[in-house]
Each structure stands twice: as C-alpha cells, then as structure tokens.
Write a protein that binds this ligand. Structure first.
Ligand SMILES: [Fe+2]
Length: 164
C-alpha cells in the first residue's frame, strides 16, 4: 500500500494494532493460567475482557476510516508474545515467574500505549473526533492496566520474588 497521506499511514498503523490486539487476546489466557498470585491472574483475566473490546474498537476505527476491518501482521507483538512464551516455559519459582510475567505484560502495554497515543494524535490532526474517542477509551484502559501491574509488582510480587 502506498503511503500518500497521513490518513493512509493511519490506516496502516490501525491495521497493525488490530492484529496486535487479536494476538494478545490469544496470549492472555495462557498468561493468566501461568500466574500464581490470584490478583495477577485476575488482572490478566480482566485485561483479556478489555482486549476483546479493543479488537472491536479497532474494527470500528478502520471502518470509520473507510476500510475493511482487516489486520496486518504485527511483528512487534509477535516478538513480545514470543518472549512471553519463554516466561511460560522457563523453570522458575512461582513468585519469580509472576515477576517475569508482569515484566513481559508491561512491555506489551507500553507498545500498545505508544501505538494508541500516536493514532489518537493523528485522529486529532485529521479532525476525526469519533475515531479519537474510540482510541482514547482504549488508550485509557491500557494505561490503567499498566498502572495496576506496576502496583502489583511493587506491593506484592517483587517483594515475594525477592524473598524466594
Ligand atoms: Fe489493548
């Protein structure tokens, strides 16, 4: 696809994010299963439900931009999930694995925050308030998840992992 305009570029990045969200929706149940601490497991399960909504919202964004809700392979998410799989497979104490799961999940959240931040700014530039609203709602949930993971790490998981 030729990148003629900012709109073209926005469609390309939106398709990347749609695929990224779909990949994450498949990975999160495995991360939830691997988590030992109930609060961490619950955080992953909650974010899975949000991620399903993020998939829907990205489809709406693409449709609002006049394109089919078709994703484009997100290589970055593929790599992040691949690294996450190493955490699932490694031999580790449960508390240490939890700390590693949080680290992997926060890399994912930061990737998404960067993507949605960029898309949201472009939606503003292009004068697309409805699209900006959809992106902003998702961006807010990614930031909340990231904050929750930091809180869990600092208050419980890292402390337990350090004591193992
Ligand atoms: Fe998301």
């Amino acid at each position: 696809m030729k990148m003629q305009t900012l709109n073209d570029l926005m469609v390309d990045v939106a398709r990347d994010m749609l695929d990224a969200e779909k990949q994450l929706a498949k990975a999160l149940p495995k991360m939830a299963k691997a988590a030992s601490h109930p609060e961490l497991r619950q955080a992953f399960t909650k974010h899975l439900e949000e991620t399903k909504v993020h998939v829907e919202r990205m489809a709406q964004v693409l449709e609002a931009l006049g394109h089919a809700a078709r994703g484009k392979k997100c290589k970055a998410m593929e790599g992040l999930i691949e690294e996450g799989k190493e955490v699932l497979e490694m031999e580790a104490a449960p508390e240490t694995r939890d700390a590693a799961l949080i680290a992997a999940a926060q890399k994912v959240e930061h990737y998404e925050i960067a993507g949605y931040g960029t898309l949201s700014t472009w939606a503003n530039t292009l004068g697309l308030p409805e699209v900006k609203k959809l992106l902003g709602d998702t961006l807010a949930e990614e930031k909340t998840t990231d904050g929750l993971l930091t809180e869990l790490a600092e208050s419980i998981v890292n402390v337990e992992a350090a004591a193992t």
